[in-house]
Design a protein. Structure first.
Length: 365
């Protein structure tokens, strides 16, 4: 073998390999992002301060401070939501479904209307949110809702046969063993709630605010406002605000175990009637008796049975289709979650990303 020719060939190959390695390294450097970039969706960066902003809205500054692991887990959840929102927002834009300036302004005015200017500014300050932040969130929420209404909700159909099949398979749930009361509620508490799930993010934080809020709600109810809409906008009970305050059917035996004042008021209401505010240990409640059911099997032709079944089936299908639609959207998107990568790479140790950026707590809390 001619060694000199072999040496020459190797000398020609190694520089080429070195050039390729250098090119790959250069590409990797170009793909790197600043340390405060925690995710990228189709080239759009999501920064740490955006995650921290939403994180702070979900942690009660006056409650027990989360551990570093709990804080990081919550930040990962927030980041995942932001990634999903960005993917859906891009789809809305491509389909010309982005909310218009007029739609955003209308929603902004609706949110602002219950407050004086000073109260509204105080609400923004407490949440560390600017008017621009709020309008940006509203635009995103409205755009995504328009997208989902078109791509998911509009495709849901509940047939009479679907209703009948559900009824026949679940007759026991429509057999009323004792008198039942379908009740809706609006809850107002004189303290800051750790989480608020009403549509206006409205929360009374002291007794004076709670009393003003209750008076406002009663004035609007007496003027003919819809109870369910007010509950969705203002109720501070995170479990029922989203359903218009609906508690479902409460059996009489459960009322016997509740506050006697509560039971007395429920039994005194007529279907469709709204109570005066009730002051309890945890705050104030306004109740509405939707309907009262006597014992016995409720038939398939009962309008309430029909509505309950249709609502149940629609909610199930909507949840399923939303999950499937989001899964497809994520598969088609180019995403990178750098915060998640840091957590995995830390192998049980907390990376710098785990450090919280909560504002300092006030003395006495």
């Amino acid at each position: 073998m001619d060694l000199s020719r072999g040496v020459k060939r190797a000398a020609a190959v190694f520089p080429l390999a070195a050039m390729l390695l250098a090119l790959v390294a250069g590409c990797n450097r170009q793909a790197q992002h600043a340390p405060d970039v925690w995710a990228v969706v189709n080239g759009k960066e999501i920064h740490r301060d955006e995650v921290d902003k939403y994180y702070r809205t979900r942690v009660n500054p006056e409650g027990q401070e989360p551990s570093q692991e709990e804080a990081l887990s919550l930040k990962l959840n927030v980041l995942d939501e932001l990634i999903n929102n960005e993917i859906l927002l891009e789809r809305a834009k491509k389909l010309n479904l982005e909310a218009s300036d007029g739609e955003v302004e209308d929603k902004f005015t609706e949110l602002k209307s219950p407050y004086t200017e000073d109260e509204f500014q105080r609400q923004l300050k407490e949440r560390n949110v600017s008017v621009e932040d709020l309008k940006g969130d509203l635009r995103r929420q409205l755009s995504i809702q328009k997208l989902l209404n078109r791509e998911v909700v509009a495709k849901i159909s509940i047939t009479d046969q679907d209703v009948l099949d559900f009824y026949n398979a679940n007759k026991a749930q429509f057999n009323v063993a004792e008198p039942q009361y379908r009740i809706a509620q609006i809850v107002v508490t004189p303290r800051k709630e750790p989480q608020i799930r009403n549509r206006k993010n409205d929360d009374a934080t002291n007794e004076a605010e709670a009393q003003r809020k209750i008076k406002m709600l009663m004035d609007r109810l007496n003027s003919g406002a819809d109870f369910g809409q007010l509950a969705m906008d203002y109720s501070e009970d995170m479990n029922t605000a989203g359903t218009g305050g609906d508690l479902g059917y409460v059996p009489e035996s459960a009322l016997n175990q509740s506050d006697p004042a509560l039971k007395h008021i429920v039994l005194g209401l007529k279907p469709g009637q709204v109570s005066q505010p009730i002051q309890l240990k945890e705050g104030y409640r306004i109740l509405k008796l939707i309907t009262r059911e006597s014992p016995g099997l409720r038939g398939i032709n009962d309008p309430q049975v029909q509505q309950t079944i249709r609502d149940t089936l629609r909610n199930r299908k909507e949840q399923l289709l939303r999950s499937a639609y989001l899964a497809i959207a994520r598969d088609e998107a180019r995403t990178a979650n750098y915060l998640a990568e840091q957590v995995v790479e830390a192998a049980g140790k907390l990376p710098d990303a785990a450090k919280t950026t909560m504002p300092p707590r006030s003395i006495g809390h």
